[in-house]
Design a protein around this ligand. Structure first.
Ligand code: LAN
Length: 747
């Protein structure tokens, strides 16, 4: 039995069709009723929360998802009862046994609907946005939730009293002011010791005027910052003709969908009433007297600890014009722009069933819709109901996830990992459940307004999280398709995803290929590279355009290669061309040291795995010159072997992502080790010792239950913000062991 602390038991994860809701002492398992009868929290409960959610950030800032996992395991865990295959020697037997144990353990984490729930926290600037929305709209979270949020924020305070952008990051003004304000909104008194020291941090680093623009925005909403200190968001830009290169339809969809509600709030200059709390906050976070601050001068003020990208001179010029325009703007045009923004916001809400594309626009859309239609409107109520889809509980408290989950992504990877070796067939029920979820998540219809609001056609695609979120992603489609093919080939289940639906997925993937041969994330690259010069965020890089990425490209190429094997007749020459130019893109991305930079996980080991996996799969099939492919693969393998640690594993820190150079972790990490091993095995690397040593690291690090411990953070976005993928510590070791086993089992 795993240790479940008393108050962990009071929180229960309800799931349905991928939706994940943490309910406090729920009276029923009906997910739709989780808000109807939230049990009231007693003083004893609160005292017990503080004991049970004590978390020592200094030993590892990453929680191990124990609240969910321990409950799931204790509910019905059983050792594997079947007969694992008998191998011909003790070493091989050890691998097979570890694999059986690893899959068996992981199968108990799968929810009834077939997906693998998991912690998707990491960024620290998300929950504050939601808390500001809840404060402004006077829609408080239940007390139990509030207490858990406080604990989370306190638990993640750094030793210097500030907070970072994400749980592993050094303190920044953005991180610190946002958490400070959140704790105050949650009712913590300013005399609290941890708040007093945080205030010191803020003061010593120049005060909140130096908060980056996204922070300025949230503070302005709270009425703790003057809108005049905020560069104009020029709402009229949304009325530009579509052919203009700066029209927002060309932006990366995440930027587009964040700057959309921001522009609405800016146009309306939404701000909270001046309550005693707000007046006090104004005194707490600035070094100057609030009334005396020269606001226009603060527009580009930035604490140096926050500076990641530089605002370009072009952007500064543009800001000059748009800020000046604010003084002379036409009311008629402003109203027209605002009406358009609202229409667009409604469309995004309808298209995502109020989940929205992500955690940032979730909060800001809620604010906009509340402003437009009021607290009692149906639209606003639907927004509030979806706040809970983003909340997650682990042993460090209640956090806001970076998405409404990573459901489809994890399920597709897990399925492929399990089915990589024949051993996966010992788990037919797990695969059957996965299949059900994958089937359910494939997008089957287009929104009526998809053309009007610039959405890429999506029938046949897969999203990252759930069908309800409904934003298709290129590489999620590829992973969904690869997992589907793997299940179909396993012969375990009668295929439900028929040929027509497979072809639709292929068509979507083809439609996503960029002119440079690569694949981006959610859409085609819609603007030239120079548009990045208009990136107004000081803390994220490359957010303006949807660029082609090594990982996304490799995933798409791999799935197309699989399609060519299974359905050679389908669009053969078109697919061949797509694969060849995809491979060329991947080759061009390879660095001279043989590695690839990873944009969506930490980091070089991740993208190098994708690069080599695609290239080695394409080898020998005349998509490309094999000599060129071999050189690329060999260079990649040398890179990895050069970075193998003395114990046989690999380890990278998140700084590989932000600094763009390989940054070695003190200890081997199972996730990096698994990626490196998958790569070397895909490459059929000649030196077995390197591989055997790596496998030993995975074996030695496996714990008795079959799990692996949570180590460092694995995911990233926009170079500078890290994000947790709790299931990676199981999926990738399982995958690497499966591949290793398949090598000896098939000999
Ligand atoms: C994700 C999560 C998944 C990820 C992969 C599929 C792994 C990747 O291969 C493509 C990009 C994608 C879909 C992705 C893009 C950026 C996201 C949506 C996130 C990292 C999850 C959270 C992040 C989002 C931008 C967070 C909100 C922050 C803003 C700056 C708006």
């Amino acid at each position: 039995m795993l240790n479940v602390k008393p108050s962990w038991k009071n929180w229960q994860l309800l799931t349905e069709k991928g939706r994940q809701i943490w309910a406090f002492k729920p009276k029923s398992n009906n997910i739709n009723e989780h808000l109807l009868n939230v049990a009231s929290v007693t003083d004893e409960d609160i005292i017990q929360f503080a004991v049970d959610f004590q978390f020592d950030k200094s030993s590892n800032p990453n929680s191990g998802d124990k609240v969910f996992r321990h409950a799931a395991i204790n509910a019905n865990f059983q050792e594997f009862s079947g007969q694992p295959p008998q191998e011909s020697n003790a070493d091989q037997q050890q691998v097979t046994d570890a694999l059986v144990k690893g899959i068996n353990y992981f199968s108990y984490l799968q929810s009834e609907d077939g997906h693998w729930p998991g912690d998707y926290g990491g960024p620290l600037f998300l929950l504050p946005g939601l808390l500001i929305a809840s404060y402004l709209t006077e829609s408080p979270f239940p007390k139990a939730h509030q207490e858990m949020m406080k604990l989370y924020i306190f638990n993640h305070q750094n030793s210097d009293a500030g907070w970072g952008m994400h749980i592993e990051g050094e303190s920044t003004m953005f991180g610190t002011v946002m958490q400070y304000v959140s704790l105050r909104l949650l009712g913590v008194d300013k005399s609290h010791e941890q708040l007093a020291s945080a205030r010191e941090w803020i003061k010593n680093n120049g005060g909140a005027t130096g908060i980056p623009s996204w922070g300025k925005f949230y503070l302005a909403i709270l009425n703790c910052y003057d809108w005049q200190g905020f560069n104009s968001l020029f709402p009229e830009m949304w009325l530009f003709p579509k052919w203009l290169p700066v029209h927002p339809w060309r932006y990366w969809c995440h930027s587009r969908m964040v700057y959309l509600p921001m522009a609405y709030c800016y146009a309306q200059r939404i701000k909270a009433p001046e309550t005693a709390l707000i007046l006090s906050l104004r005194e707490e976070i600035f070094n100057e007297d609030f009334a005396s601050i020269d606001w226009p001068k603060q527009r580009n003020a930035l604490c140096e600890k926050d500076s990641y990208t530089q605002l370009s001179p072009v952007l500064k010029w543009m800001n000059f014009f748009t800020n000046t325009y604010e003084k002379f703007k036409s009311t008629w045009l402003r109203e027209k722009a605002t009406a358009y923004l609202l229409k667009y916001l409604n469309a995004e809400d309808a298209q995502t069933d109020y989940i929205n594309i992500g955690p940032v626009n979730k909060a800001i859309n809620s604010i906009s819709i509340w402003h437009a239609y009021g607290k009692d409107s149906e639209q606003f109520k639907k927004h509030v109901a979806r706040w809970y889809d983003y909340l997650w509980i682990a042993e460090d408290g209640m956090k806001m996830n970076g998405y409404n989950g990573s459901q489809l992504w994890d399920t597709a990877f897990a399925t492929r990992a399990i089915l990589e070796s024949d051993l996966g067939k010992l788990f037919p029920e797990t695969i059957a459940k996965s299949y059900k979820f994958i089937e359910l998540s494939q997008i089957k219809a287009e929104h009526p307004t998809h053309g009007e609001f610039f959405r890429h056609p999506m029938i046949g695609s897969w999203p990252f999280s759930t069908a309800e979120n409904g934003w298709p992603v290129a590489d999620c489609t590829a992973e969904g398709l690869s997992a589907t093919l793997a299940i179909n080939h396993s012969g375990l289940i009668k295929p439900i995803i028929d040929e027509q639906r497979i072809q639709q997925a292929v068509d979507v993937i083809l439609s996503y290929q960029n002119a440079d041969g690569g694949w981006a994330t959610y859409e085609l690259s819609r603007a030239p590279k120079w548009l990045e010069k208009l990136n107004p965020s000081e803390v994220f890089a490359d957010i303006m355009i949807d660029y082609s990425w090594t990982e996304c490209t490799a995933a798409c190429v791999i799935s197309l290669l699989e399609i060519q094997e299974t359905y050679p007749a389908y669009k053969n020459s078109e697919i061949r061309k797509a694969i060849s130019s995809g491979i060329e893109f991947i080759l061009n991305q390879q660095k001279s040291d043989g590695s690839w930079y990873g944009g969506w996980a930490v980091c070089f080991t991740y993208a190098t795995w994708f690069g080599v996996e695609a290239i080695s799969k394409a080898k020998g099939k005349s998509y490309f010159d094999d000599a060129v492919l071999m050189t690329s693969i060999n260079k990649a393998c040398s890179f990895l072997v050069d970075h193998q640690k003395a114990d046989g594993g690999w380890g990278e820190t998140f700084e590989s992502c932000s600094k763009l150079v390989y940054s070695e972790a003190a200890d081997s990490q199972v996730v990096n080790t698994a990626w490196a091993l998958l790569t070397l095995m895909a490459a059929e690397y000649g030196d077995n010792t390197a591989i055997d040593m790596g496998i030993n690291v995975l074996l030695n690090k496996q714990v008795a239950s079959g799990d692996w411990s949570q180590e460092s953070i694995s995911g990233v976005f926009n170079y500078n913000c890290m994000i947790t993928y709790a299931n990676y510590r199981n999926i990738f070791p399982i995958w690497a062991l499966s591949r290793y086993r398949q090598r000896f089992a098939s000999k």
